[in-house]
Design a protein around this ligand. Structure first.
Ligand SMILES: NC(=O)c1ccc[n+]([C@@H]2O[C@H](COP(=O)([O-])OP(=O)(O)OC[C@H]3O[C@@H](n4cnc5c(N)ncnc54)[C@H](O)[C@@H]3O)[C@@H](O)[C@H]2O)c1
Ligand SMILES: [Zn+2]
Length: 377
């Protein structure tokens, strides 16, 4: 079989979870060689591939052809693209497709798409027959560096994002870095916010590297592979140390408390705000709030904002098109996202670039005052 880049061996990041450990392969041309990687690791020869209407015309056929050529019998289901697909309505056909394909013990469910398809398909794989094997072929940058790794799966509820789901680790993750060339620049930037996040959590050198190399990461090639591999390794380390988010894993939520509130405030309308954009604004707010609490220098918040702005990400609440609800309403969304105990919130704050920490005693009224300042209405 000829791969697009026969000479480039993929990078491998191992997620160390005992007998549930798995590999993340990162490199060019992996969709064309996916079946070989799968067949080498899994005994089953039946698969159900779940994808969306944007990804299907681009990558479904090559994947199905590769599976067929390897003797794997596969069915596929194409769902509408977009966050609204992460719902009960679409969970049902996914479960039925998996059952209809007679997926058994050693067979697998394959998610081919961005985080929406990965989260929904992973949830279905987690509940069908009380847990089916699951392979992630993430096609967005966000999915490659974040959502495909770590086993969090689920759907949204009118009460909030990701409130219904299970932990279900994949058996293999194949991140084909070439497919990112067809991602819209906006979606690429949104995924980049999560890449930058790993630097801001605890890798100041990586953040500095991104400040100098972001253009090469956007362009593709080795710098892109490197950024994705560092990100996956960072997430793999956190997940291996704290799979169920009892402690350290919460650091991955840097920027997400504010970000989720903004996503809720825009009713998950992707034309106004996509997840990674909310995270970008949220990370700037987390650094500014940390400075306000005298934990970090305001210069760090300025530096974070400057970099995210340079790559073209929104960094302020005012950057979100259309009206946002007043600060108290955003606070309600935050209270829904995080448990409030005695007027105190758990938040990811920072002492500087790459020095984030879990603060579990953040006064809710301070957050409200801060939001009122940043978003006077
Ligand atoms: N499970 C987790 O740990 C975790 C972590 C972070 C985010 N998430 C979730 O991930 C979701 C966001 O993921 P996303 O940003 O990938 O969104 P997405 O799946 O909606 O993909 C973004 C858009 O890009 C399109 N697309 C994907 N790959 C493409 C490609 N190669 N070429 C052209 N178009 C392509 C999709 O069809 C969609 O329109 C959110 O629901 C978020 O909650 C989950
Ligand atoms: Zn995220």
């Amino acid at each position: 079989m000829t791969a697009a880049h026969p000479s480039a061996a993929p990078k491998t990041v191992r997620v160390d979870l005992g007998d549930r450990s798995y590999d993340i392969l990162i490199g060019p041309g992996l969709i064309a060689t996916a079946a070989g990687e799968i067949a080498g690791r899994l005994k089953g020869r039946r698969m159900a591939v779940i994808t969306d209407a944007h990804v299907a015309p681009l990558y479904l056929e090559p994947l199905m052809a590769s599976l067929k050529a390897t003797g794997i019998e596969a069915v596929s289901l194409v769902l509408p693209a977009g966050e609204k697909t992460k719902s009960f309505e679409h969970l049902i056909p996914v479960c039925e497709a998996i059952l209809g394909a007679r997926i058994e013990r050693n067979d697998a469910v394959i998610a081919l798409g961005g985080g929406v398809i990965g989260d929904l398909t992973g949830f279905a794989a987690g509940i069908v027959r009380r847990g089916s094997r699951f392979i992630q072929i993430p096609t967005s940058l966000l999915a490659q560096v974040d959502s495909s790794v770590g086993g969090k799966t689920g759907i949204n509820s009118p009460h909030g994002k990701n409130l219904i789901g299970v932990f279900h680790q994949p058996d293999l993750v194949l991140a084909d870095t070439d497919v990112l060339d067809t991602l819209s620049p906006r979606e690429f930037r949104a995924g980049y916010a999560e890449v930058a996040k790993y630097g801001l959590i605890d890798k100041p050198d990586f953040f500095a590297w991104l400040e100098n190399n972001w253009q090469a990461v956007f362009a593709g090639g080795d710098a892109r592979i490197e950024a994705i591999a560092v990100s996956c390794q960072a997430k793999a380390d956190v997940v291996a140390a704290d799979e169920r988010e009892n402690g350290r894993r919460a650091l991955l939520n840097l920027g997400h408390t504010f970000g989720h509130a903004l996503e809720a405030a825009t009713k998950y309308d992707g034309t106004r705000l996509v997840h990674g954009e909310g995270v970008a604004i949220g990370m700037v707010l987390a650094h500014q709030f940390s400075a306000r609490m005298n934990l970090a220098s305001p210069d760090d918040a300025t530096r974070v904002e400057a970099h995210l702005k340079t790559v073209g990400l929104p960094t302020r609440m005012d950057d979100v098109p259309g009206d946002l609800p007043p600060a108290e309403k955003l606070m309600d969304a935050i209270a829904q996202d995080k448990k409030v105990k005695g007027g105190k919130l758990t938040f990811i704050l920072t002492r500087g670039i790459g020095q984030s920490f879990v603060a579990d005693d953040v006064p809710a009224n301070e957050v409200l005052r801060f939001l009122e300042e940043k978003h006077p209405k």
